[in-house]
Design a binder for this molecule. Structure first.
Ligand code: SAH
Length: 373
């Protein structure tokens, strides 16, 4: 058992069974032993690799998106450029390299990074120092003004609750102490849950559903801000518009492990239910979600990959091993980010924008949801 596992066992012994969201919050954010508190989990030597760590193309295309949307919204001369859970800061660095070429963008942007992990704040300071970032622990701490925001693989890391339908009632998933030691899952007693019945009217008996209050609160905050002060947001993550099922997963060293196996030492996530975010973002206009592969194609990832490859390969084609390898790496990255068998469909992109604003690049007008139903 990890040190955090022992802390959790003691808490359960004192206070009784623990809700899944409480367990996830401790595993990910415990001030001493939390998964994100001390470590940088990203990259080949870590536990998982994200899109911006696969290729510079990802952040660059988002940078071009941000600059275009900013211009399309009248190029406000001061705005909050925010990223939620920026990891190593790679996405924002690549985005700013491109967006800063648009006159006025860099001087109008006030960069805010919403990040709880001291370890990752330090990495972000290294990479983004020249852009003079500000840090916030939560959305509420962002200053007022138009908001242009990006969140890649942030919402999946927020603690969720799970319930199982039992006839007309619902049982909540709990973490208990196992005999003789360790942790186990159990289902709490059946209770009527009118809100769950409203949200999941078609869930059959025995179906598992997930609810993420923190994710909804964040989406509500962003939607209200954008509707009131202007701006736009992109939420990129694995998940689907709607649906039921147990999507809790624990990942360590690029492998799935048991969610109770290594508390605090494995990444814990659930899939994002975009419908819940779209509904919470209410007053803002909701676009998508569209599959990541489609979104990146619309933003021009294939042209960008070709340009990068041309920059590497001398005229007449690559004739040295190193260049051929580099071109091959670009082809591989393009495939990983966009192919349906890789991240192309599992990952989706949700757009938020203010009413009455111009179209949103990357989204078809038919993908704008007039109302979230
Ligand atoms: N966006 C980055 C990193 C994704 S990992 C990338 O694509 O590479 C998740 C990120 O969210 C990490 O930076 C983590 O420290 C941060 N995070 C997790 N929970 C958070 C919370 N409740 N508040 C703020 N940041 C959080």
């Amino acid at each position: 058992m990890t040190p955090l596992g022992e802390v959790i066992e003691r808490l359960i012994a004192e206070h009784g069974p623990m809700r899944l969201d409480e367990y996830m919050a401790l595993c990910l954010g415990h001030p001493e032993h939390g998964y994100y508190t001390r470590r940088d989990p990203l990259g080949a030597g870590g536990d998982f690799t994200t899109a911006p760590e696969i290729s510079q193309m990802f952040g660059e295309l988002i940078g071009a998106w941000l600059a275009e949307v900013w211009q399309g919204r009248g190029a406000p001369e001061r705005f909050v450029l925010a990223e939620l859970g920026p990891g190593r800061g790679t996405l924002m660095r690549d985005a700013l390299r491109v967006a800063a070429r648009v006159p006025g963008f860099a001087s109008a942007a006030e960069l805010w990074l919403v990040e709880t992990s001291p370890a990752l704040r330090a990495r972000q300071a290294e990479l983004l120092g020249p852009f003079r970032p500000n840090w916030a622990g939560r959305l509420d701490d962002l200053p007022p003004g138009p908001l242009f925001l990006v969140a890649n693989e942030f919402f999946d890391a927020l603690p969720a609750r799970q319930f199982r339908r039992a006839d007309m009632a619902w049982c909540e998933r709990l973490v208990i102490r196992a005999e003789p030691s360790g942790l186990a899952f159990a289902w709490g007693p059946p209770r009527p849950e009118p809100e769950l019945a409203r949200r999941f009217p078609l869930a059959p008996d025995g179906a598992i559903v997930e609810v993420n209050a923190g994710a909804e609160a964040a989406a509500a905050w962003i939607g209200a801000r954008i509707a009131a002060e202007g701006g736009a947001a992109l939420v990129i993550d694995y998940g689907d518009w709607d649906g039921t099922g147990d999507t809790l997963q624990a990942v360590k060293a690029h492998r799935f492990v048991g969610a109770l196996e290594d508390p605090g030492a494995a990444d814990l996530t659930t899939h994002v239910r975009f419908r819940a975010l779209g509904e919470a973002a209410g007053p803002a206009i909701v676009a998508g979600p569209v599959p990541q592969g489609v979104f990146l194609e619309r933003l021009g990832i294939t042209a960008r990959a070709n340009a990068l490859a041309r920059g590497l390969a001398p005229a007449g084609g690559p004739d040295r091993g190193g260049e051929a390898d580099a071109v091959e790496a670009i082809v591989r990255a393009h495939r990983r980010l966009t192919h349906p068998d890789e991240m192309g469909i599992l990952f989706r992109v949700l757009g938020l924008t203010s009413r009455g604003s111009a179209r949103l690049p990357g989204f078809d007008p038919a993908e704008i949801r007039a109302s979230t139903d």
